[in-house]
Design a binder for this molecule. Structure first.
Ligand code: ZN
Ligand code: ZN
Ligand code: ZN
Length: 256
């Protein structure tokens, strides 16, 4: 990724798949067998480049290959939405990048400490990841002068966070979002929102539910992410969506 212009912001979708990824192990449906690169979805993650700072949102188990593919060898921060493995399972991979600040709510940071105790003991072995955990809540905060507004969303009964950063908001693993949180996303150029599949799911927005929220938020453009193989071929599903709403795909970069 080369983004040297100071005032250009960019989002690169590093992964747009649900927790199993697409193709799903052992599945031989049309989507899992597709050779279209847009139907190959790694676990959900995105890189935001704003004011030449690089902010990674979530660090799933495919992180190493995602960073290599996109030549990302430096991160200014990692924002975590929640502690599920498909969003944090690649944190160990940032080892060669030196110290990295990791932002998350207290329950998320506790989960990281439980899962990766070797990073946080007194006498660390040389070479373990140098993660600087920074606890956040629903209050606004700044990373290197960039204002971040957390957005509370519900992942079934689990409260998790999405983030608004300037003209873009990134919301994944949502099932419900209150109107007061939707209010915080008014005037967006880009909304990224999870939309798992057409069928109902207890903890994820279905396509219809995601379309309703996208309509309420009314961003200039909406990109859906965290897709399961059930959503079908990208080439087909994208044609069924309104003009300013698209399914994202891996390695898609949008400048704004
Ligand atoms: Zn997930
Ligand atoms: Zn499949
Ligand atoms: Zn989740």
């Amino acid at each position: 990724m080369n983004n040297t212009e100071n005032n250009t912001s960019c989002i690169t979708f590093l992964g747009t798949g649900t927790s199993t990824g697409v193709p799903q192990l052992g599945c031989s449906c049309e989507t899992c067998l597709s050779t279209d690169p847009r139907d190959k979805r790694l676990r959900c993650s995105a890189l935001l480049t704003i004011n030449n700072k690089r902010i990674l949102i979530d660090a799933g188990p495919d992180l190493r290959q995602q960073l290599i593919k996109n030549k990302i060898y430096h991160l200014d921060a990692i924002l975590l939405t929640h502690e599920h493995y498909d969003h944090v399972g690649g944190l160990d991979d940032v080892r060669p990048l030196g110290g990295v600040k990791v932002y998350g709510e207290s329950n998320v940071l506790h989960a990281i400490q439980r899962n990766m105790p070797y990073c946080f003991v007194k006498n660390k072995l040389p070479g373990v990841p140098n993660l600087k955990l920074i606890e956040i809540d629903e209050s606004e905060f700044e990373i290197e002068g960039i204002k971040i507004t957390p957005i509370r969303v519900m992942h079934a009964k689990l409260p998790i966070l999405g983030y608004r950063i300037g003209d873009i908001a990134y919301i994944t693993d949502a099932k419900t979002i209150s109107d007061s949180e939707i209010e915080k996303m008014k005037g967006l150029k880009i909304l990224v929102l999870s939309a798992l599949r057409k069928e109902y799911h207890f903890s994820h927005l279905s396509l219809d539910e995601a379309l309703k929220i996208a309509t309420k938020v009314n961003a200039d453009t909406t990109y859906f992410t965290h897709a399961g193989h059930e959503i079908g071929l990208h080439s087909k599903i994208n044609k069924e969506l309104p003009e300013n709403i698209h399914y994202a795909f891996d390695n898609l970069s949008i400048y704004f």
